[in-house]
Ligand binder design. Structure first.
Ligand SMILES: [Zn+2]
Ligand SMILES: [Zn+2]
Length: 324
């Protein structure tokens, strides 16, 4: 079968790979469609180099079950069920957790052997394209749920890429007032479309000043989803006393905590727990992923897809890969 194999920076290509071994505990899933994630691009660009060479990449995809013919979303994280964290109901932190497309062979392959418990049936009404973009929705849910916002809370979301835009949508659903921050007007237009109350282009405006002016005391919640040092270092100036700051992207930077009295700062990543609700919210049209899909490629055009997403001029939000 064909699969997208990581051989190093700028070297992820379709190759002939061995057919997956299907054990009695697993079922075969044939690739339907998937999307390229910022994480895949970090490996492609060589920002991150810890992926094992020879690994199949891709962690956001759906496929068709060989045994039942059902369309299913594949959950990329598998927990063991009996370690310290699993036994305490915290599968996210499983010490033996596997992550397909990062620490184990991923989903950009013609077929994949999966445990049935990692497969979520795709509701009728949910299109093949929508089902290709579930992971960032699960991440947005994970972050917002973890922060437990109150109705009417100010949430400042720095970075309005695909993940930031989904956080804007989810925060809005939770009854928050959203301040969306980015450097690109085309993204901020989408933030507005998705219900952001205020948009700030950080190229033209002092973000901290505007946030203070709007909120008087600082933002109740701050989410850093741009992933760079400058935006990480800005967070203490945006959060109110006893507020919360989620560092979702890169968390490099030196925080000056002088202005952040008793505020909580934490890093947060993806979790398997929110996948079923992510599928549900997309199917019920409460969260929109269709509007984030800017590029479509066939499975055979995988390399072209990476090259295209890599060009800033392409303004890619989500690129999807489809079988035909
Ligand atoms: Zn991802
Ligand atoms: Zn475990």
């Amino acid at each position: 079968m064909k699969a997208a194999v990581y051989r190093g920076p700028h070297n992820i290509k379709l190759e002939e790979a061995p057919e997956p071994e299907v054990k009695s505990s697993s079922v075969l899933v044939h690739f339907g469609a998937g999307s390229i994630c910022g994480t895949d691009m970090h490996f492609y660009r060589g920002d991150w180099r810890w992926m094992r060479k020879g690994m199949i990449i891709g962690h956001d995809a759906w496929g068709t079950r060989e045994d039942t013919g059902e369309r299913v979303v594949m959950v990329p994280i598998v927990n063991c069920g009996h370690c310290y964290f699993c036994l305490r109901g915290l599968p996210t932190y499983c010490v033996r957790g596997k992550f397909y497309g990062l620490t184990r062979d991923g989903f950009f392959a013609e077929s994949k052997a999966m445990l049935p418990r990692s497969l979520i049936p795709i509701p009728e009404g949910m299109s093949n394209e929508e089902a290709a973009v579930v992971e960032p929705v699960a991440l947005a849910l994970r972050v917002i749920n973890y922060m437990k916002p109150n109705l009417g809370d100010w949430v400042t979301i720095i970075g309005q890429g695909a993940i930031g835009l989904l956080m804007t949508q989810v925060a809005q659903l939770k009854g928050c007032r959203v301040i969306a921050v980015d450097l690109e007007d085309y993204r901020l237009e989408l933030s507005q479309k998705y219900g952001a109350d205020v948009v700030i282009n950080a190229k033209n405006e002092d973000v901290a000043k505007t946030v203070r002016k709007l909120t008087k005391i600082g933002s109740d919640l701050v989410i850093e989803a741009a992933g760079n040092r400058a935006t990480v270092e800005q967070t203490p100036y945006l959060v109110r006393k006893a507020g919360k700051v989620a560092l979702v992207g890169e968390s490099k930077g030196l925080l000056n905590l002088e202005d952040a009295d008793e505020a909580s700062f934490f890093t947060i990543y993806i979790s398997p727990v929110e996948y079923p609700s992510a599928v549900e919210l997309i199917a019920r049209k409460l969260v929109d992923v269709k509007g984030l899909i800017t590029h479509r490629f066939k499975f055979d055009e995988f390399e072209k897809a990476l090259q295209t997403v890599d060009k800033p001029g392409e303004k890619a939000l989500k690129a999807i890969i489809v079988t035909q």
